[in-house]
Design a protein around this ligand. Structure first.
Ligand SMILES: NC(=O)c1ccc[n+]([C@@H]2O[C@H](COP(=O)([O-])OP(=O)(O)OC[C@H]3O[C@@H](n4cnc5c(N)ncnc54)[C@H](OP(=O)(O)O)[C@@H]3O)[C@@H](O)[C@H]2O)c1
Length: 287
């Protein structure tokens, strides 16, 4: 079993990764707040992810806050060649489940500095603006990432939670190589953003990739197709994402080695064209 079965995508014309990655939000404590119940388990999940061929890990300063980045460094630094750790800045944490946006230039600068220190690197390979802040001109936030790139602190820039218009605005300021938006079988509202990414070869991280669990509970088509392939509904949801687009880079998150292994095995699952259509129809019906 290996994430390599998902195929590869090259980020920014130079960083080639296996398309099935890992979202490191869930290695923090409940509510993505504080340390995990068992630090050893969290470190073990991160190490097992890399053993299983995952070389794309997504995190953010706000996960914990700081806990996810610290665990990644504890588990994996010095990083093996070819491992891309992508982080994000632009949100604050004021309590469990609270994520106020802060896209002010001074905040983004200090967030980036903090991530460099916690990840123990001199340059972040992929730094993503977590979300537009309605109280700050988007151009000011994106412009700060451009400055950080010019200063060598960031190698590549990504954006997250954007509309087609915001993506175009960001790309008028800096070379954007990835987008991270919510996207799954039952929520394809970002299909227009994905289409831009496909057309221009930008990587697309669909967050919340496993929300199809909702469909699985109904005894509906996800269940049936999963049974046909001797797979779980979550694996079908991930396989659908991987087959939906060549630029799709799913980052399912978990704090459990067993779930991680189940998710990586989805890279080997091949769905037929008819099954893909059935799944999309079911996704439409559920929304
Ligand atoms: N840009 C953004 O605004 C944004 C927002 C949210 C998330 N993200 C990123 O996207 C990543 C993925 O999103 P997500 O974690 O919210 O959603 P997800 O991957 O769709 O779902 C994760 C949830 O599903 C459970 N799970 C994972 N694998 C499972 C399996 N095989 N069987 C049963 N349950 C399973 C996990 O619990 P267990 O721990 O118990 O397995 C966790 O509660 C995050 O880690 C983060 O890196 C980005």
């Amino acid at each position: 079993m290996s994430a390599a079965a998902s195929g590869t995508h090259t980020i920014g014309d130079e960083l080639t990764v296996n398309r099935l990655g890992f979202g490191a939000m869930r290695v923090a404590g409940p509510g993505v707040w504080g340390p995990p119940a068992d630090r050893g388990t969290a470190v073990g999940v991160l190490r097992r992810a890399v053993e299983l061929g995952i070389n794309l890990i997504d995190t953010a300063d706000s996960y914990g806050p700081h806990v996810s980045e610290e665990l990644i460094a504890e588990a994996l630094h010095p990083y093996p060649d070819g491992l891309l750790v992508a982080t994000k800045g632009g949100l604050e944490r004021t309590g469990p489940g609270e994520w106020p946006r802060n896209g002010r230039p001074e905040h983004l600068r200090s967030a980036c500095e903090g991530s460099l220190g916690r990840l123990r690197v001199n340059q972040i390979d992929l730094y993503q603006l977590h979300a537009p802040d309605p109280d700050v001109p988007y151009a000011d936030s994106v412009g700060t990432l451009k400055e950080l790139q010019d200063e060598g602190k960031i190698r590549h820039v990504g954006v997250s939670n954007v509309t087609v218009e915001q993506l175009a605005q960001a790309r008028s300021i800096v070379d954007v190589v990835t987008v991270q938006n919510r996207f799954n079988l039952t929520d394809r509202t970002s299909a227009d953003v994905l289409a831009v990414c496909e057309q221009d070869g930008l990587g697309f991280f669909p967050w919340f990739p496993l929300a199809a669990g909702y469909l699985a509970q109904t005894g509906g088509p996800v269940d049936e197709i999963a049974a046909r392939h001797d797979a779980t509904p979550g694996q079908v949801a991930l396989a659908w994402l991987l087959q939906r687009s060549a630029v799709m880079l799913p980052i399912p998150g978990t704090g459990s080695v067993a779930h991680l292994e189940e998710n990586v095995a989805a890279a080997e699952l091949e769905l037929g064209d008819e099954e893909l259509e059935q799944l999309e129809a079911a996704g439409d019906a559920a929304t």
